[in-house]
Ligand binder design. Structure first.
Ligand code: NDP
Length: 296
């Protein structure tokens, strides 16, 4: 292996420490405790794990965590009423509705019912528009975490060729906007992209957000490129015993790590950064709501 490992787990710990410091100061100097409300509808196992982890880390940095677990058959009207209540609750500075929602609920409608100032996931159409026009917004946590790792590793990203694989609203598109904002030359690849291997091979920075286990092989990667693997895929792991599974990314780590200059592992790369950025966004939302200076 030649690639340097970008340790998202360690980086996320430093962000959490900073967040904890800001929270302590908000409490001591202003008597304010930032609060994050997480809404989970149904019992999707992966979502349950994420929500538990978010709640635990929220409390660990000294913030208030409000968890709302609703039945899988909750009506849209009831969910919208809860969001409305959280919008009006002064103790709640950030609201996150865990996606995906059950099929009978309109995700766009629900997300756009969140007060944009409390939309710590950055998915509200107002925040999407603000990000797209380079204005102050709430930035989606996963792409923000990726950008922070890239800036930390490279310093300036200006002029670099970046290829984002995946065009979802929650990862691919905002990732591309952020890289553009840092003056990369950005290409977005997706399932209809022709000659994707050639497209990816041009990139100094590759961000893979596809949802297909180990799809990107080493021979797609320009030697020395930086590879950010957003994918979280659970696959069978018979080598660990019958019925066992393991997590892999969208990148084939063994072959890519031989060619890339740097790579994020799965687990321990983008995942921990996502939650750390969620906590940081909540503190930012709290400061904005109270007219206080925002953390950097
Ligand atoms: P989506 O399913 O919403 O989007 C996947 C994208 O990949 C689509 O744009 C799709 O293209 C594209 N795609 C699918 N197949 C191919 C292919 N063969 N070649 C090129 N592109 C392809 O996924 P998300 O963006 O929500 O998530 C992507 C991955 O990131 C998942 O593994 C998810 O678990 C993970 N994730 C991780 C997070 C973290 O904290 N680490 C947070 C969020 C997601 P098209 O639009 O043409 O269909």
């Amino acid at each position: 292996m030649t690639a340097q490992i970008i340790d998202g787990k360690a980086f996320a710990a430093t962000i959490r420490d900073k967040v904890a410091g800001h929270v302590a100061r908000l409490k001591a100097d202003h008597g304010i405790t930032p609060g994050l409300a997480v809404v989970l509808v149904g019992e999707d196992p992966a979502s349950q794990v994420y929500v538990r982890s978010k709640g635990k880390q929220t409390v660990e940095v000294g913030m208030q965590s409000f968890e709302h677990k609703l039945d899988v058959d909750t009506s849209e009207a009831d969910l919208l009423a809860l969001v409305e209540r959280l919008n009006g609750d002064p103790a709640v500075h950030g609201i996150l509705v865990q996606l995906p929602l059950p099929k009978h609920l309109d995700e766009d409608l629900v997300i756009n019912s969140i007060d944009p100032a409390k939309d710590v996931d950055g998915f509200h159409i107002s925040n999407v528009g603000l990000l797209g026009t380079g204005q102050k917004s709430m930035v989606p946590c996963t792409p923000l975490g990726c950008l922070m790792m890239l800036r930390d590793f490279h310093g300036s990203l200006s002029g670099m060729d970046a290829v984002v694989i995946g065009r979802s609203n929650i990862v691919g598109k905002p990732m591309a906007q952020l890289l553009l904002g840092d003056s990369c030359t950005v290409t977005i690849a997706h399932s209809r992209t022709k000659d994707i291997a050639d497209v990816v091979r041009r990139a100094d920075i590759v961000v893979a957000a596809v949802g297909r286990p180990e799809m990107v092989p080493g021979d797609w990667i320009k030697p020395g490129a930086t590879v950010i693997d957003v994918g979280i895929n659970r696959i069978d792991a018979p080598e660990k015993g019958e019925g066992k599974t393991r997590l892999v990314g969208d990148v084939d780590f063994p072959s890519v790590s031989k060619v890339a200059g740097a790579i994020t592992p799965v687990p321990g790369g983008v995942g921990p950064m996502t939650i750390a950025c969620l906590l940081a966004n909540t503190v930012t939302a709290c400061c904005r709501a109270n007219g206080l200076e925002e953390p950097e």
